[in-house]
Design a protein around this ligand. Structure first.
Ligand code: HGY
Ligand code: MN
Ligand code: MN
Ligand code: MN
Length: 417
């Protein structure tokens, strides 16, 4: 571990990072200590503006790409060298926590500040990144910004996607870019030397084993589907049950059949129906349409493929009188990070005397796509009871500072001092 790596890690200021995390958490704050700062919303724009203010105050160079991915550069000794990228996302779930995503962005800013405070120069520039729409809760799917950056998908694919208020992504994106007119534009897919994301674990393992650092080795794959069941609306009082084409009842039959099929005695597979929308959604009318979402995850690509590919047949078989359509709107691969990156993160934790373990990630991250673009890795810190995507999400000032020290040391080790 180069001496500069540890020197820079000591530059991490626990209080500065914590104060910023709490100030950021005021943007979109909701009762219970969480945030509702959904992608490309007014709150998302306010958070981005606050980050740019902090960056400019330190002489770092903000920029943005056409999909709203926001960058902040700390120059390296070699301006032509591909940057080290580090960051996460500022958008949250509707009843999200203060740390999911926000921690990785504040950790990245703290890395830049710590390098400057410690007077450590890096060969490669270090770029903070804020990925647009990692959560996918307002505009599905998630990880859009990193998919567009890495060329996995064209932004055209989603410009017409609407949120629940009928606002198109293209409009929300235009408003976000218009809010930062002074920022120079970057291209998608520029060469990246390495990518490292700091994140809360969003699971109970580190806390249960009282370890301050998770050295992430892999991220399980995820597939998102939307199932649309179409029936016919009818009068609730006069229409005999056997004549109905009741979209809700037949959607429930499909969900029951899917639950049975997805049942996994080892409890490794993750199957979630998170959204269910009805039309006309009225007390005394039979449902004409039921749309529900599926979030399917598994660490084994063969299982993820087999289980996901069976969904359409299972839903069709469950229909009595309705029609059903199944569309997949996210395919996130099972990812294993390269040993060189994992070893560097582990060596940093070791050199800093922080207890750690190698572990997989149950949550997906933008790192899932960056891993197909450049050598990538992640650093986890514990969160209280493993709770996340919940207003009660919490991590301690000590743990988030420890994670940022490991991130800083890893970045210096990777970027060459
Ligand atoms: O859904 C996920 O795994 C991520 O937290 N957005
Ligand atoms: Mn996240
Ligand atoms: Mn999340
Ligand atoms: Mn992420």
């Amino acid at each position: 571990m180069p001496a500069d790596a540890l020197k820079a890690a000591q530059g991490v200021d626990k209080n500065r990072q914590w104060t910023r995390l709490m100030e950021l958490a005021e943007i979109g704050a909701i009762p219970g200590g969480g945030v509702n700062r959904q992608s490309l919303s007014t709150e998302d724009r306010q958070a981005r503006a606050l980050l740019v203010k902090w960056a400019l105050a330190r002489g770092f160079e903000p920029s943005v790409d056409d999909f709203g991915n926001l960058y902040v550069r700390r120059a390296g000794l070699n301006p032509d060298a591909p940057p080290i990228l580090t960051g996460s996302h500022l958008d949250s779930q509707p009843s999200g926590g203060r740390f999911d995503g926000a921690y990785g962005v504040m950790a990245a800013l703290e890395v830049l500040e710590a390098l400057s405070d410690a007077g450590v120069e890096t060969e490669h520039p270090v770029d903070l990144v804020v990925w647009t729409n990692e959560e996918g809760s307002r505009f599905a799917p998630g990880a859009m910004g990193s998919m567009v950056f890495t060329g996995v998908a064209s932004p055209q694919l989603w410009l017409d996607v609407m949120d629940d208020e009928g606002i198109a992504l293209s409009q929300a994106l235009a408003e976000t870019l218009e809010a930062m007119p002074e920022l120079p534009r970057r291209s998608f897919g520029f060469p990246v030397h390495a990518y490292i994301e700091a994140h809360i674990e969003q699971g109970p393992i580190l806390e249960a084993e009282q370890l301050p650092i998770g050295v992430v080795t892999s991220i399980q794959g995820a597939r998102w589907f939307t199932v649309t069941v179409e029936g016919e609306t009818a009068h609730a009082g006069t229409t005999p049950l056997k004549l109905r084409k009741d979209a809700l009842q037949e959607a429930l039959a499909a969900i029951q059949a899917l639950n049975a099929f997805m049942n996994d005695p080892e409890d490794v597979l993750r199957f979630t129906v998170g959204r269910l929308d009805l039309e006309p959604n009225s007390h005394n009318s039979v449902s004409a349409l039921c749309r529900f979402t599926i979030d399917l995850r598994h660490p084994d690509p063969a299982v993820l493929r087999a289980k996901g590919d069976a969904i359409e047949t299972i839903c069709a078989k469950a229909m009595r009188a309705c029609a059903v359509q199944v569309t997949q709107n996210l395919g996130l691969p099972c990812v294993a990070f390269p040993e060189a990156i994992v070893d560097t993160v582990q060596a940093s934790a070791q050199a800093l005397g922080l207890g750690h373990k190698r572990m997989p990630s149950g949550a997906f991250h933008d790192a899932s796509f960056l891993a197909q673009h450049c050598p990538s890795g992640m650093v986890f810190v514990p969160c209280a009871k493993g709770v996340s995507h919940n207003v009660a999400e919490y991590a301690t000032p000590e743990d988030v500072a420890g994670g940022t020290r490991v991130l800083t040391a890893s970045i210096v080790a990777l970027s060459g001092a």
